[in-house]
Design a binder for this molecule. Structure first.
Ligand SMILES: [Zn+2]
Length: 555
């Protein structure tokens, strides 16, 4: 059957599975599907290796690129049975000769073989590394080829080799109603672990474009963008914005980090023999003992990461819709993701700007717009002024200041200039003419950004090390000083004066840290303990021990 090309989109529905359905689906996807995939992958890798060892291969690879070489490779692949259809035949023979055949239909089997073949083909072309075999629990989905055989969707139910599972959805939801009217290409069954429970979904792969909500109708303007590793500036005729990317994910990241630290402590405690005296892990293969508490933490972390990814996707979608409402033609400098990953790996991993740009381009195309890439080297937007002067800036310089008197935040300025770029050429006259109306917008955007940044900074817990508080001591030490002052047993009370004195002798000569007077009173040691626990999982006394010149009691 010919593959149907053209755009497609996905409608995902919940499956209302019983325990028995779950068992059967798991056996099909995770056991039969995974084993078959690994068999196909192994076979494809073997065939590729045989092909690459042959003399013909060595001869053909030296030929000049062109149709002749392509045809020769095609012939060679056929000789070594390294083609998609040969792998289908291999998978079919496995299906008919063992237990896997009892759990999968031929279409699903062939799609799994295609998946393995695609992975190895990319390796053959040098587009990726060696594909890995799937370990237990790593096979998440299987799919069919059409809605006629194998996995089928019929009247609100999924039917597959004797299974008939109802789908859960709201028929009045316009997204669902629209999706169900489109032609169905094929179905995909997948599972996710949510709060420790396995849940099943079906993805209907549909023909056409996804549903467009009336509220997200595309705007007519041209929007200039400037993407940074953590910020995004957008400027059009009547709006200018500068925002931090995915700032809402911060709390989840902090929680993930705490779990990671707990897991590390647990791993070290249960495997002391696997670490050197300096605390680094020994090399080579070792036996690792993982406690039950560790396994629980691992599951909790996996769930948090899943939630963070889902949250990030929704934030990306919201931001993309917001930009497209302003204008469906978007212009942005080409972003060097690889270089960013090397330099700001953690932030990039958390915010996924590349994923956002891909989503933005897809959404813009769906409404008939486009995302235009600007070659950074040709335009050098971050160094250019509307008067045409080009002046290099260091990364630390966040403000654009020019001799002609123009002053603006650097990213907003780049975004403004990006609006006026056509075919990699900056239209400086146009940019110059529009400047007077936009200047105040950029200034307003900057002050909004700074206010937002300040409010998030005051909400989140300040990180102590390296950052100085108002008194000149690290911020955390300042808080500790107040805390110790409040607390109680005799030794600490004595220390309190020490700390307070230290604070008051800060470099500026004065301090906002109020040393609590004797009226604070000495309470019981139990109360002191409760203070320590109220602070949450971070043992504050550890920090105090490092920074302050006395020992606090271990609590
Ligand atoms: Zn200038």
């Amino acid at each position: 059957m010919a593959k149907s090309r053209g755009p497609s989109f996905i409608l995902e529905l919940d499956l209302a599975t019983t325990a028995k359905d779950d068992e059967k689906l798991y056996k099909r996807v995770e056991q039969a599907g995974r084993n078959l995939y690994n068999a196909c992958l192994g076979e494809a890798l073997r065939r590729l290796q045989l092909r690459n060892q042959s003399r013909d291969f060595q001869r053909i690879r030296r030929l000049p690129k062109g149709p002749e070489r392509t045809a020769a490779f095609k012939k060679l692949n056929a000789k070594f049975c390294f083609t998609e259809y040969d792998l289908h035949a291999f998978a079919g023979s496995i299906k008919s000769s063992c237990w896997i055949g009892d759990h999968l239909d031929i279409n699903t089997v062939q799609k799994i073989a295609t998946r393995a073949y695609d992975a190895v083909e990319q390796l053959a072309f040098g587009q990726r590394g060696r594909p890995r075999f799937k370990r237990a629990g790593e096979m998440l989905s299987v799919e069919g080829k059409s809605n006629k055989q194998g996995i089928r969707y019929r009247h609100g139910r999924i039917e597959w080799l004797g299974l008939s599972i109802p789908c859960r959805f709201d028929p009045d939801d316009p997204v669902v109603a629209y999706g169900l009217e489109q032609r169905l290409k094929f179905c995909r069954v997948l599972h996710r672990t949510i709060r420790g429970r396995r849940r099943w979904y079906v993805q209907l792969v549909l023909e056409g474009r996804p549903y467009q909500k009336p509220a997200n109708a595309a705007g007519k303007d041209v929007v200039g963008l400037d993407l940074g590793p953590s910020t995004i500036a957008a400027v059009d005729d009547s709006h200018a914005t500068l925002e931090t990317f995915c700032v809402e994910l911060k709390s989840k990241q902090a929680e993930i980090r705490r779990i990671q630290r707990a897991m590390d402590r647990s791993r070290r405690a249960t495997n002391p023999a696997n670490y050197k005296a300096d605390g680094t892990a020994k090399k080579g293969s070792r036996k690792w003992i993982r406690s039950r508490r560790y396994a629980r933490a691992q599951a909790r972390k996996a769930d948090l990461e899943r939630r963070a990814a889902a949250h990030r996707k929704s934030l990306h979608g919201r931001l993309a819709n917001c930009l497209i409402r302003r204008g469906k033609v978007l212009r942005s400098e080409k972003v060097p993701y690889k270089a960013w990953q090397k330099r700001w790996g953690k932030s990039i991993g958390r915010r996924a700007p590349s994923l956002f740009v891909a989503m933005l381009a897809r959404k813009a195309a769906a409404v008939g717009g486009r995302l235009e890439d600007i070659a950074t080297r040709k335009t050098r937007l971050s160094q250019t002024c509307i008067c045409g002067r080009i002046k290099k800036k260091t990364l630390g310089e966040r403000t654009h200041r020019c001799e002609c008197g123009v002053e603006a935040q650097r990213d907003l300025m780049s975004a403004y200039l990006a609006r006026h770029v056509d075919h990699n050429l900056l239209n400086a006259d146009q940019a110059h003419d529009g400047w007077s109306s936009v200047e105040s917008l950029l200034r307003a955007a900057l002050s909004t950004y700074q206010a937002a940044k300040q409010s998030t900074a005051s909400c989140s817990r300040p990180s102590g090390v390296g950052r100085t508080g108002q008194s000149g001591l690290p911020a955390k030490a300042e808080r500790m000083a107040v805390k110790i002052g409040r607390s109680t047993n005799r030794k600490v009370c004595k220390d309190r004066d020490l700390v307070a004195g230290h604070c008051l002798q800060g470099p500026a000569g004065k301090s906002d840290v109020v040393a609590p007077g004797p009226s604070a009173g000495c309470e019981s040691p139990e109360k002191a303990k409760s203070f320590a626990h109220a602070d949450g999982p971070t043992p504050w006394w550890r920090y105090v021990q490092k920074v302050l010149p006395f020992r606090t009691p271990r609590l």
